[in-house]
Design a protein around this ligand. Structure first.
Ligand code: ADP
Ligand code: MG
Length: 660
């Protein structure tokens, strides 16, 4: 699956978010463990202390019993009664002590350990208690107090109710170690014994007493009262204490589902192994009856240092876990708020990065569409600001380059146009030259063939004319023959001139002077009487040219102008110097009838004339063209029908010509 493209902002925010979330999750997990471990560690320490307090209560009780038994045993009245064998008094007295100090049993034996007085069950006497380790040691003589397992037959001797009190059927308990039996008939007792000795150090017997711990809640409730006060958590007792006989709860304030004391339930196998089998203490969490507790267990040992039971205190784990969770929840909430806050900051921070970028993108688009005047306006004094200013510089350069290019384009276009025009002109010239060359050959052939016969005709007609009388009719006819023949001769001469032009004889020539001489040929002629001639001659350097030939060119142009004006009008002659192009111009403008557009291309063709037969030969401009071409010059024509024409002879200036 392909993801949709993400904007820069989303990418930035997402990567930040990823870091925050991953970091947050890690710190949550680590933090949760840390808080739990710290809190539970603290609780465990407290529970360890509580167990010590519990031991104090137990030992206090044990000492109480020991004190009662030993003090009673040292009473002289007791000694007297024993010595005198007054059983009635003994029984009454000892029974009072037992009930007064709330002992379960108080029994007196003789010097061999046989029971003399059994205050709880006076009927049963005479049995031998010397097998009992505590009694045996008290006979040594000694005063001692220890917890002790008391079998059912011994309990029965002390009273059926006591045996009944000890009797407990096992309640099936999850996690408990399996046991073959399903009930407990013996009991666990705190038992003290003291030797009875008179003032003469004579052994009189042993007095022993004790309390049965099974179903006796005095100690556990006292532990709870001292250690945990009346603390409760959601209706549950937080602090609990238990006395185990083996792995069986015989006295506890741990409650079961129905809220009753959970006696008859058993220890979890795990703890049993550690404490009962291996004799270690257990300080850890443990599942107790129906909840997890932070617990401390230590073995209870009898007089032979054998483990007979366990003392336990524990506090409910739940309040601590809840506290840890509450802390975590607050922490998470706070972290979440921080993330939100961060996101807001991030949003604005990314804006300050993205907005300039967007501007930049917009600028690029504008530029792509040809708006080279677009500029990015970013004032920020950071990398983005730098980028923007370089960007603007780039556009500036782009714009300059573009303008340069456009300029180049236009000049190039202009140049191409110019060159094309030049080419067209050159081509036209070429065609003209070729035409002229072809026609020239033809004309030369004809002219050559008819020149000699014409010469003959002219000579003979002159001779005839000399011989003829002036008033004879032949005379006039002969005169006409001579005139027309002369005209033919002139045409042929022109033809020959055109066809085989003479090589120009080049010498330094003053063009203004040449113009003057050309004009002077006609000034007196009738055709020019009504023509106003305006001269505008500028100072010109001499050029190397054939003055006679150029004079002929100018004369041809002047005659054409006069003919075009039909004898009246203005002929303006202007010479000018074009130093830049290294040229000089001779311009002849008339106010004649002008030249039709279609005639323009043919003007310089030989025999092209618009004049009536006998008037024009059409050779004037053709010959002139040839001469000017030999001078590396050209003839330009401008004309407007009805207004006039301008013929301009353009000649190159000769370089290296010394100025006078
Ligand atoms: N100044 C001018 N004004 C009008 N037409 C002219 C002028 N000069 C030359 N022409 C035209 O050019 C033609 C050719 O001239 P050209 O070669 O001198 O021969 P021609 O003068 O014998 O006709 C003329 O017949 C005329 O039509
Ligand atoms: Mg002419």
């Amino acid at each position: 699956m392909r993801l949709p493209p993400l904007s820069l902002r989303s990418k930035l925010i997402l990567s930040f978010l990823a870091v925050i979330i991953i970091g947050g999750l890690i710190s949550l997990v680590v933090g949760r463990r840390l808080i739990r471990n710290t809190l539970i560690g603290q609780a465990q320490l407290k529970v360890n202390h509580d167990l010590a307090s519990a031991w104090m209560v137990v030992n206090e009780k044990l000492n109480d019993i020991k004190d009662i038994v030993s003090l009673t045993a040292s009473r002289e009245s007791l000694h007297e009664a024993i010595k005198t064998g007054r059983r009635e008094i003994l029984l009454r007295y000892l029974n009072r002590v037992r009930t007064q100090y709330r002992l379960d049993i108080l029994t007196l034996t003789d010097t061999r350990g046989r029971v003399i007085i059994r205050t709880r069950n006076p009927e049963v006497v005479g049995d031998d208690q010397s097998g009992d380790e505590i009694v045996r040691r008290a006979l040594q003589p000694n005063i001692l107090a220890f917890p002790q397992i008391v079998p059912r037959e011994e309990l029965l001797k002390e009273g059926a109710d006591l045996a009944e009190q000890a009797y407990l059927e096992f309640i099936p308990t999850p996690k408990a170690a399996p046991r073959p039996e399903n009930k407990e008939t013996s009991g666990l007792m705190l038992k003290a014994a003291a030797t009875v000795i008179d003032e003469n150090e004579a052994l009189l017997g042993v007095l022993y007493g004790g309390i049965l711990l099974n179903r006796n809640y005095e100690i556990v409730d006292r532990v709870k009262e001292i250690v945990f006060k009346e603390e409760k958590y959601k209706g549950l007792e937080t602090g609990t204490a238990t006395i185990f006989q083996g792995d069986l709860r015989i006295s506890t304030n741990v409650t079961d589902q129905e809220g009753k004391r959970a006696i008859g339930t058993r220890l979890s196998e795990e703890v049993k192994k550690a404490v009962l089998d291996e004799g270690r203490s257990w300080n850890d969490r443990a599942f107790v009856v129906r909840d997890w507790y932070i617990t401390a267990y230590e073995p209870i040992r009898n007089v032979e240092n054998k483990i007979v039971g366990i003392l336990y205190v524990g506090t409910l784990e739940k309040p601590y876990l809840d506290t840890a969770n509450r802390v975590m929840l607050t922490f998470t909430g706070l972290a979440f708020l921080c993330v939100l806050f961060l996101l807001v900051i991030l949003y604005f921070a990314t804006s300050s990065i993205i907005q300039p970028l967007q501007q930049m993108v917009a600028a690029t688009q504008a530029i792509a569409q040809g708006d080279l005047d677009h500029r990015v306006e970013i004032q920020s004094r950071d990398e983005l600001g730098d980028l923007a200013s370089s960007f603007n510089q780039m556009i500036e350069k782009l714009k300059a380059a573009n303008e340069e290019l456009i300029k180049w384009g236009t000049t190039l276009e202009k140049k191409v146009k110019e060159r094309t025009a030049e080419l067209v002109e050159m081509q036209a010239h070429l065609i003209q030259s070729e035409k002229l060359a072809g026609l020239g050959k033809l004309a030369a052939g004809i002219a050559h063939e008819i020149n000699n016969p014409l010469g003959g005709i002219l000579i003979y007609s002159h001779l005839l004319l000399e011989g003829a009388k002036k008033d004879s009719p032949e005379y006039e006819n002969l005169k006409k023959i001579v005139k027309e023949t002369t005209r033919c001769k002139n045409i042929v001469k022109g033809l020959l001139e055109f066809a085989r032009p003479k090589e120009p004889e080049m010498s330094p020539t003053d063009i203004n002077d040449t113009v003057h001489r050309a004009l002077s040929l006609f000034e007196r002629q009738a055709l020019f009487q009504n023509i106003q001639i305006r001269k505008d001659l500028s100072e010109l350097p001499k050029i190397i040219a054939d003055g006679a030939q150029l004079q002929q060119v100018f004369a041809n142009i002047i005659i054409n102008a006069a003919e075009a004006m039909d004898g009246s009008g203005v002929l303006a002659i202007k010479t000018s110097l074009d130093k830049a192009s290294n040229l000089l111009r001779v311009e002849f403008s008339d106010t004649g009838h002008g030249i039709k557009e279609e005639d323009m291309p043919r003007l310089f063709e030989p025999f092209f004339t618009t004049k009536e037969v006998g008037k024009g030969t059409g050779l004037g401009l053709a010959i002139s063209y040839g001469i000017v071409q030999k001078h590396q010059g050209s003839i330009e024509v401008k004309s407007e029908v009805g207004k006039g024409s301008t013929f301009t002879v353009v000649l190159p200036l000769t370089r290296d010509l010394p100025h006078e």
